[in-house]
Design a binder for this molecule. Structure first.
Ligand code: ADP
Ligand code: TRP
Length: 339
């Protein structure tokens, strides 16, 4: 009945099915998720949080499309099904049962203190019980797979701490000598906040995003919308405060940045005037180059054959993930006296 012996660390994270993902999502989350599959091969689990999405999305077609697009994005960007599991949250219904068990050892106060819930209320969202319950389901997601490491953005740290509290309460209630559940640790994202077109945090809720898979004229038009000051062409440009530079930093090595800084300071490149338009073209080229292989893989995943491959990856991973969750649930049921 004991919790999984602490052998290898197990990484787990959930991905909101938001549809088209942006540069902020890539540099703030996806890139780390994919890197972790190399560091913890066979022990990285990622799922698309479609149960959670029901708290905000009530359009079945859109939900299905967003889940699929999120899966395609991860696979195109290099998630390797041989090293990491990528599955749909709802393919493991055991998490909802575990959420119920955890809820019975969770004080109301713990959830009432959740920042993201309070923020949503403050923003005028009418709360449903599901929205209030969101952290319990998230804790169940983590605990069901005996995850030990949970890579998350800063906004999700408190939710992982809530999961830790639930593990403590459950183990105190049902396994004081012989812990039933494994305690997870958050792995906070180190990445800086990626600015959007308007200089605020890039976020789909601000409509200021740069998507990962745009190219050609459309991409250049979008990049053209990055807000800058009105320094005329050929004059020295402010390097430290420029939004285009903040975005270019994500793509450039130190030598390239030093070169760019010289062009900004002088307002000239190779004797010719250098302005924001040129910097934006560099940025568009960098985006196009970095994501070119992923863009091609994505195109493949959107064909009929590719779609079937994506579905097969999700289905296979769900079987493996579900087997893990079933073991945990069996321990929990026995511990509570449900068996
Ligand atoms: P959005 O703000 O567009 O709704 P989400 O909240 O769905 O994005 O974020 C998904 C993941 O991407 C989270 O881990 C979050 O921390 C990360 N992320 C989102 N936007 C940014 C950003 N501008 N900079 C860094 N990371 C980000
Ligand atoms: N709430 C997370 C987000 O908004 C997604 C999520 C759901 C998650 N369940 C999780 C993240 C479990 C980590 C672990 O980004």
């Amino acid at each position: 009945m004991t919790a999984r012996a602490a052998t290898k660390p197990r990484v787990l994270s959930g991905i909101q099915p938001s549809g088209i993902l942006h540069l902020g999502n890539y540099f703030g989350a996806i890139r780390q998720h994919i890197a972790l599959q190399d560091r913890h091969p066979g022990q990285a689990l990622y799922f698309i949080a479609d149960y959670h999405a029901l708290t905000t999305l009530r359009n079945p077609e859109a939900l299905r499309a967003n889940v699929f697009e999120s899966a395609v994005t991860y696979l195109a960007l290099g998630l390797d099904p041989a090293r990491a599991l990528l599955f749909r949250q709802s393919d493991v219904p055991e998490v909802t049962e575990l959420a119920w068990m955890l809820a019975t050892v969770t004080g109301m106060g713990l959830l009432e203190r959740a920042h993201s819930y309070k923020d949503k209320l403050a923003n005028g969202i009418t709360p449903t019980v599901g929205l209030f319950f969101y952290p319990v389901l998230m804790a169940a997601d983590i605990i069901a797979y005996d995850a030990t490491l949970v890579p998350v953005g800063k906004d999700q740290l408190q939710h992982v701490e809530i999961a830790q509290d639930m593990v403590t309460h459950f183990n105190e209630a049902y396994g004081p000598q012989d812990p039933v559940l494994v305690r997870p640790e958050p792995l906070p994202a180190r990445a800086a906040v990626v600015p959007g077109l308007d200089g605020r945090k890039m976020s789909k809720s601000y409509g200021n995003t740069l998507p990962l898979f745009e190219s050609g004229k459309k991409l250049r038009k979008l990049v053209g919308q990055v807000v800058t000051d009105s320094t005329p062409l050929g004059e020295p440009l402010p390097f430290a405060t420029c939004n285009v530079v903040a975005l270019l930093r994500l793509f450039c090595d130190p030598a390239e940045l030093a070169q760019l800084e010289t062009w900004y300071r002088e307002g000239r490149r190779d004797g010719a005037p250098f302005g924001y338009g040129h910097a934006k073209m560099l940025l568009a080229d960098k985006i196009e180059q970095l994501f070119a292989p992923a863009r091609a893989r994505r195109e493949h995943f959107l064909t009929a054959e590719g779609r079937a491959e994506v579905e097969a990856v999700l289905a296979r991973a769900a079987i493996a993930a579900r087997a893990l969750a079933q073991q945990t649930l069996e321990r929990c049921r026995r511990a509570c006296g449900l068996r």
